[in-house]
Design a protein around this ligand. Structure first.
Ligand code: NAD
Length: 368
């Protein structure tokens, strides 16, 4: 195991540790970034993918530091990546070896992320007794099945709707990515009368300006059909989806979807960041100047981690829903209050809010 401290990334908050793992026998390659643990042991997802750079793991870990602080959780932020295809044949072996490699990193509690799920967390828990996002039988609260992150996004939509005078009834919604998060937020917004007019998966996008049938689309996906194969809307390109006129746009697929180069395409009133870091800092600033309100990822998509922390504390599903509603509702309100005069962007306001809490906790740490 090699440990690097990469100066490029360092600032007042972290990262505390950057660890590269290589086990020649199994071929396991992994990266762990523990960013800041002032508030407690760090919780953050373990991603399985071939193309995750150390910088990306760091950026995701930092997002967790801010998200956990904003969610008022007794946890710092971390992230890890197992560099392998998530459909590889030796997945269990790699995940178990990864677990053993982080056994002594007791400041890191892994959770599910892209390419991993509750079964992977059960393997890690079996190896080292430390993981969140576990199967129900091990005391887990099934956050993807319940759609916790989507629920939190719908809470943010409702609060933002009050500030923007944008009722959810008949609001035109576009969701990029119809996976765990996209499907769940579509379902919760559908229940509130909103109209999903377009969505996509990695294979293609569809539109229906009168509104897509959300429940039928979820059913089609469960049957293994792509969004376009569902036949429920007219095919459009991924680029056209980004430029469609809407009231609410929810990126729920990949990082860096909007940059300074393409931010001008977005034609909406409200963005709820379902994915992590889907809009670069500069792009978000320009969008805000154009009058688009953004509820940043560290607030809008925190439903999953609030649920995971509730599980870690041995508490119930109903308490998790209550916490998600109160925390995301309260934070969304505060973002609107802090950005009301236009002097500070939503992302800067969220950063300020998180830093205020982390600084208070850091003041209690030993200076050695
Ligand atoms: P997922 O894999 O279930 O769904 C992702 C969806 O995006 C899929 O429909 C996929 O086909 C689509 N997609 C992928 N690449 C695309 C591309 N280039 N163009 C268009 N569509 C594309 O993942 P998920 O759990 O829904 O997570 C989505 C995002 O939300 C990720 O960034 C993740 O880190 C973030 N997030 C997830 C949770 C959670 O609770 N699952 C919580 C917080 C943040």
């Amino acid at each position: 195991m090699r440990t690097h401290y990469i100066e490029d990334f360092a600032d007042d908050l972290g990262p505390e540790k950057i660890i590269h793992i290589f086990e020649p026998k199994s071929g396991l390659k992994a990266t762990v970034v523990i960013d800041n643990i002032s508030l407690g042991p760090a919780v953050g997802g373990c991603r399985m993918a071939t193309d995750v750079s150390t910088r990306e793991v760091f950026r995701l870990a930092r997002a967790m530091t801010l998200k956990n602080a904003l969610s008022e959780l007794p946890h710092g932020g971390a992230k890890s990546a197992i560099l392998a295809n998530s459909r590889c044949e030796n997945k269990e072996l790699l995940v178990r070896e990864f677990a053993q490699s982080i056994k002594h990193l007791t400041d890191y509690i892994p959770g599910p992320d892209m390419g991993t799920d509750e079964t992977c967390m059960a393997w890690i828990h079996d190896e080292i007794g430390r993981a969140v996002g576990l199967p129900k039988v091990l005391g887990g609260i099934p956050l993807d099945e319940l759609g916790m992150t989507g629920y939190g996004l719908a809470v943010a939509a409702e609060v933002a709707g009050d500030y923007l005078d944008l009722p959810l009834e008949d609001a035109r919604v576009v969701i990029q990515g119809f996976g765990n998060v996209g499907k769940a937020v579509a379902r919760f917004l559908d229940q509130k009368g909103a109209k999903l007019i377009a969505t996509c998966d990695s294979q293609g996008a569809i539109v229906n300006k009168d509104g897509l049938d959300v429940l039928e689309l979820i059913k089609a996906r469960q049957q293994g059909n792509s969004v376009q194969e569902s036949g429920l809307g007219s095919p459009i390109s991924q680029g056209e989806l980004l430029a469609l006129e809407s009231d609410i746009f929810i990126p729920a697929a990949r990082p860096d979807v909007f940059t300074e180069l393409n931010q001008y395409l977005l034609n909406t009133k409200l963005v709820l960041e379902g994915a992590n870091i889907p809009i670069t800092h500069e792009a978000a600033k320009k969008m805000f100047q154009r009058g688009i309100m953004i509820v940043p990822d560290v607030i809008a998509n925190s439903g999953g981690v609030i649920c995971a922390a509730t599980e870690y504390q041995g508490m119930t599903e109903s308490l998790a829903f209550e916490r998600v509603k109160n925390t995301i509702g309260g934070n969304t309100r505060e973002i609107f209050e802090r950005t009301a005069k236009g002097a500070v962007t939503p992302h800067d306001a969220a950063l300020q809010m998180a830093q205020e809490r982390i600084s208070q906790a850091m003041a209690f740490r030993a200076h050695i």
